[in-house]
Design a binder for this molecule. Structure first.
Ligand SMILES: [Ca+2]
Ligand SMILES: [Ca+2]
Length: 280
């Protein structure tokens, strides 16, 4: 025993424990025993001061980690897909007991071009976190935060990351781009496309009918269009191209090939066109 301060009650502390003796992730049981001046030992059971004389603690110097899953890194998110920002959080203590040892998740949502952070109801200047509850979060399970999409602006890029703290108070120290720190663009604007190879109302011969080609853009950028497609109708017979013949009774779309920039193209079904018919 060390550092006893006499009195009634006497206070004491024991300086044996330090980082080189304790193993992280291990639980320890500690109990005190008092001996009086004539050698009487404290009896078993609770202490006679009405206080607990034993306790169990866990030594933990491993830092916790977290992952942002939605939104994924470098993605475009449309309306209705941001309702649950989610990810995982874990700490490598008590794994065997399937107990989540993460105490707190700080969620940061920042406008990419400013220092504005969302605090759950407003955008504020300076680093601000939203606290996500980890109550009853089972180890490895997904956490979630309902983001009100009206807080986001169209065609705006945001950074989103999490920092978690474990039960011992260790803060997450490493943040990996695309894992625990993601960037996304909120996009509620529709893309546009145009057919450029075929002029409206034109007549074509078998020899000079061009392939189907056009342009597509989204928010002024060609590269933001994910897929461009076309349909073609025999307007005299009111039937659509089904991929092999003009027999579909409803409109069908077929994917075009991306040619870089704003360009998309598809092969014209020249041999299936009938002389004198109009197509659109
Ligand atoms: Ca830990
Ligand atoms: Ca768009």
């Amino acid at each position: 025993m060390q550092n006893i301060v006499t009195g009634n009650p006497a206070s004491w502390n024991y300086g044996f424990f330090n980082n080189s003796k304790l193993e992280t992730g291990t639980s320890y049981y500690i109990v005190s025993m008092a001996i009086d001046d004539v050698g009487n030992l404290e009896a078993s059971g609770l202490g006679n001061q009405g206080t607990v004389r034993s306790s169990t603690f866990t030594y933990d110097i491993n830092v916790p980690t977290s992952v942002v899953q939605n939104p994924a890194h470098f993605t475009y998110k449309k309306a209705g897909t941001m309702s649950l920002i989610s990810g995982t959080a874990q700490d490598w203590v008590n794994v065997s007991g399937a107990v989540n040892s993460v105490k707190q998740i700080d969620l940061f949502i920042q406008q990419a071009t400013s220092t504005l952070f969302y605090n759950g109801s407003n955008w504020t200047n300076g680093v601000t976190a939203i606290t996500v509850s980890t109550q009853s979060l089972i180890f490895g399970n997904t956490w979630g935060y309902n983001l009100t999409e009206s807080a986001l602006n169209h065609n705006t890029t945001y950074f989103i990351w999490t920092r978690v703290m474990d039960l011992a108070g260790n803060l997450q120290t490493s943040f990996s781009l695309g894992v625990s720190s993601n960037s996304f663009n909120y996009d509620v604007g529709q893309p546009t496309s145009a057919i450029t190879s075929i002029a409206n109302g034109n007549f074509y011969r078998k020899e000079n009918i061009p392939n189907i080609a056009g342009t597509a853009i989204d928010e002024t950028e060609g590269g933001r269009v994910f897929v461009s497609s076309y349909s073609i109708e025999d307007t005299d017979m009111a039937v659509w191209w089904n991929g092999s013949s003009f027999t579909a009774v409803g409109e069908q779309f077929f994917g075009m090939s991306y040619g870089g920039g704003q360009s998309w193209s598809g092969v014209m079904m020249s041999t299936n066109l009938v002389d004198g018919r109009t197509y659109g």
